[in-house]
Design a protein around this ligand. Structure first.
Ligand code: FMN
Length: 336
């Protein structure tokens, strides 16, 4: 029997309710492959500025951001800019990569992006959002979606107005991070606001912000009625969240296995030196709550063979079937 999709984005079916957030510097081809293996249901590219797509040649750095693996579907290509025509031109250029969906980033809060009216800097410009979505949904064959925040600051939380504008102008899905631009990552994400947005629009809504455990996925869904949940920071070094496995319940052997696999994917994709260097930020997160691991050696090696040897030593020092929650105990037992 054919599996029923949980929801559709335009005519693109989505088969799960936990989705890896777009994260520049993290949600690249290798990490997306791992998260998908654990159950992440839809993927976004890291965001790309429209300007990078409008020149004769797309710079290698951005080409890499637009890269996907065969079979990686649904794949959402995310762009940002502050001009409707440029956003359309950039989206058209992306057709070369055969996207399933085009997403407009209206959530990035960095000064460089939002300060020039792109990212969350679009939210105080409802007319620009209206024009952009009208243009893109008229001219593109693929669905167009938006990722927003609550608004600019506590006095301008206009997500309901923007949500309705998006829907009326052809957006096929809205993802919302429950914070304002001014909050950046401070305070707590407002899940009540996600519930309000879900009530106000009829297109699917993805809730985002502060989902840290598998239980939180279900809590956010129950609290907001959202169609799916997007997980960012808590998924770094923790792809198991997509399989709804609690980190404390993992055995150390499973973590080492994922580290080995992820490192190998990085090396295959970026080459040995660059792959291992770029893997370091992930590695710190994988081993963040595991005491007494000699991380320095793993972090400094530029040889994949040596990395494998060091990782093997970690593996033999710690019994593979110990759960993280019991690790401290087991390590002190070993060194006694
Ligand atoms: C390192 C980093 C990079 C990010 N890059 C992007 C991006 O390229 N596009 C985007 O829409 N959001 C980006 N975000 C925001 C996340 O997608 C997400 O909205 C935010 O982290 C809140 O979710 P969380 O509480 O689950 O982390 C980024 C976040 C982080 C931490």
């Amino acid at each position: 029997m054919m599996q029923q999709p949980l929801f559709t984005v335009g005519d693109v079916p989505v088969f799960g309710d936990a989705i890896l957030s777009p994260m520049a510097g993290y949600s690249d081809v290798p990490y997306r492959a791992l998260c998908r293996a654990y159950g992440s249901a839809m993927h976004y590219t890291e965001f790309v500025p429209v300007e990078a797509l409008l020149g004769k040649r797309v710079h290698e750095r951005f080409r890499q951001r637009l890269d996907t693996q065969p079979g990686e579907h649904p794949m959402v290509f995310q762009i940002f800019g502050n001009n409707a025509q440029m956003l359309l031109d950039a989206a058209r250029r992306i057709q070369e990569w055969e996207p399933d969906i085009i997403d407009i980033n209206m959530g990035c809060a960095t000064r460089k992006v939002s300060g020039r009216g792109a990212g969350v800097g679009m939210m105080p410009q409802p007319k620009l959002i209206e024009e952009t979505f009208k243009l893109l949904s008229q001219h593109l064959e693929v669905p167009v979606t938006g990722k927003i925040r609550l608004g600019w600051d506590a006095t301008q939380e206009n997500f309901l107005q923007i949500g309705r504008i998006l829907e009326q102008n052809g957006a096929a899905l809205i993802a919302m991070h429950g914070r304002t631009k001014v909050q950046k990552y401070g305070g707590q994400a407002n899940w009540d606001a996600i519930a309000e947005l879900k009530q106000a629009v009829s297109v699917p809504v993805i809730g985002n912000g502060d989902v840290q455990t598998p239980q939180d996925i279900d809590r956010m869904k129950a609290h907001t009625g959202c169609d799916a949940v997007m997980i960012g920071r808590a998924a770094i070094g923790n792809p198991w969240i997509f399989a709804r496995q609690r980190r404390e319940e993992l055995q150390i052997g499973e973590i080492i296995k994922a580290v080995r696999l992820h490192a190998r994917e990085m090396v295959n994709y970026y080459g040995e030196t660059s792959g291992l260097r770029q893997f370091r930020k992930h590695l710190k997160q994988y081993f963040e709550d595991i005491p007494d691991i000699e991380l320095d050696r793993l972090l400094s090696t530029e040889s994949f063979a040596e990395f494998g040897v060091f990782l093997g030593e970690v593996e033999t020092a710690v019994p593979a079937d110990v759960h993280i929650k019991n690790l401290q105990e087991s390590l002190s037992f070993h060194s006694a």
